[in-house]
Design a protein around this ligand. Structure first.
Ligand code: SF4
Length: 480
């Protein structure tokens, strides 16, 4: 068993979170810090903030959580009228320091850039830029976007972004800062989220609206697919750079990635997830005594399931809220307790009960198998699993790290076979139709490729695993 198996959810892995603010007179570094703090669930490997003061961009970034990377002294050193920030889980490139963001480059135009997503043509562009003589410090597609904008001949950064966007393929929700402006832009499919907010007459940008709430900003709207928004002393400017012919918003954001207090496509996700649980009960009822969730991400759906079924709901598993990623191996003695580091069952609640366990997804199934065993060991008479998403059978090319397909528990298995593999008395998944009924917008405007294998950009399902594509062609320099 790997360390990752019991200390973290076994995926899918959140991608990244981005933030940008133009607010003269405000402590922009502190605004960035707290917004990133609210976006921490989108990436725990590294965090960074860049600010601009008097034409000079200062960037600080490092491995770890936002609260580990920054302290008062560091925030005080980050002055300016505008700033951008990033939290990262590595979807492309390894987790090295060079790949932490915001990325800083000066290939003609000095800038800092933060990106959430994954370019599907990163290797082609990388080779092209290398032939032009550009060099790279890291191995992320984000640095490629930064280099392209930095060296573009467009007079203003807005022109450069408008020149670069049509050359990019894949998912990109991005903020870039020069000494003049912050520019946010989103791919024409709108795969990853990106929203615009307002704070005391100033504008802010963030991956999710929960980042606005924490700093007292208001959600204005989502950045449209294919749109570029510039915030500067000139106020807000918007340009539709690419006409979007088909959107492909990631449906998994609604199911799991985004925070439940975020508003996406006009709906609060806590309510959407509750509805998923209600529909799950209608689709897959079960005779049972008690509904419990796999906390915290399964909790809204569990509540909906209990509401619709009339079954009592309780906390059967207690989550250690203070678990962050640890790099300490537990050693042989603690290894057998595995998942207890993250979840602890309550035998007084579970014992003798026919328990329905609601969770939002299963990827490899290792964690789920251990949860089922843990509940049985705590005295559960029966364990029925209900999952508020369809089986995951395909990888993601658009900024989410899933396991390899052949490691997925649903790979080439029927649902009864998965139930046997996991050791549950019964198992049911929410249908794709049920997901969209809860989300309230149709399948045609979303990406659901990891469930259906139907990739909106036409990718080959067998090649949907591009996490380290670039690393295979990029030769990493050792210098920092
Ligand atoms: S493949 Fe899945 S995780 Fe990736 S963008 Fe599509 S729905 Fe989201």
């Amino acid at each position: 068993m790997s360390e990752q198996t019991y200390l973290d959810r076994e995926g899918p892995r959140d991608e990244c979170g981005v933030f940008g603010v133009y607010a003269p007179g405000h402590d922009v570094a502190r605004l960035a810090y707290f917004s990133l703090y609210a976006l921490q669930h989108r990436g725990q490997e590294s965090a960074g903030i860049a600010t601009c003061e008097g034409g000079h961009i200062t960037t600080m970034r490092d491995g770890g959580l936002v609260s580990q990377v920054f302290d008062e002294d560091k925030l005080r050193a980050l002055n300016g009228d505008m700033g951008i920030g990033h939290v990262r889980y590595s979807t492309t490139g390894g987790g090295s320091w060079e790949n932490a963001q915001p990325i800083w480059r000066d290939d003609g135009r000095e800038l800092a850039l933060a990106h959430n997503g994954n370019l599907t043509n990163a290797v082609d562009i990388y080779n092209r830029l290398k032939r032009k003589g550009l060099s790279f410090r890291g191995t992320t597609d984000s640095e490629i976007i930064a280099a392209m904008i930095s060296c573009d001949y467009g007079r203003h950064v807005e022109d450069a972004v408008a020149n670069v966007m049509p050359q990019l393929e894949g998912a990109y929700s991005t903020v870039v800062m020069t000494k003049h402006a912050i520019v946010a832009f989103r791919d024409p499919f709108g795969i990853r989220p990106l929203s615009l907010g307002k704070l005391d007459g100033n504008y802010v940008i963030a991956s999710e609206s929960c980042a606005f709430d924490i700093i007292g900003a208001e959600l204005v709207r989502e950045i449209s697919p294919g749109e570029m928004v510039s915030i500067s002393e000139k106020g807000l400017e918007s340009r539709q750079v690419i006409e979007s012919t088909r959107t492909a918003h990631c449906v998994f954001e609604h199911i799991y990635f985004s925070r439940p207090d975020t508003i996406l496509e006009g709906k609060r996700l806590q309510q959407v997830r509750g509805k998923m649980g209600e529909i799950l009960w209608k689709e897959a009822p079960v005779e049972a005594d008690l509904v419990i969730s796999v906390p915290d991400s399964g909790t809204p759906a569990a509540r909906g399931f209990a509401r619709a079924s009339g079954l009592p709901q309780d906390d059967g598993l207690i989550k250690n809220r203070y678990v962050a990623r640890t790099f300490i191996q537990p050693g042989q003695e603690l290894r057998k307790h595995g998942l207890r580091m993250k979840f602890n069952p309550l035998p007084e609640i579970i014992s003798g009960q026919r328990v329905v366990v609601v969770d939002d997804s299963i990827v490899r199934g290792n964690t789920t198998r251990q949860i089922v065993k843990m509940l049985r060991d705590a005295g559960a008479k029966e364990v029925h699993l209900r999952i508020s998403a369809p089986p995951i059978r395909y990888g993601c090319n658009y900024g989410v790290d899933m396991s390899a397909r052949n490691e997925m528990v649903a790979h080439e298995r029927t649902i009864p076979e998965i139930a046997t593999e996991i050791g549950a008395d019964s198992l049911a998944y929410l249908s794709m139709k049920g997901v969209y009924e809860a989300v309230g917008t149709p399948a045609e405007v979303h990406c659901d490729a990891c469930f259906t294998g139907s990739y909106p950009l036409g990718d080959d399902p067998d090649e949907a695993d591009g996490k380290f594509d670039l690393e295979q062609v990029a030769v990493l320099p050792v210098a920092r």
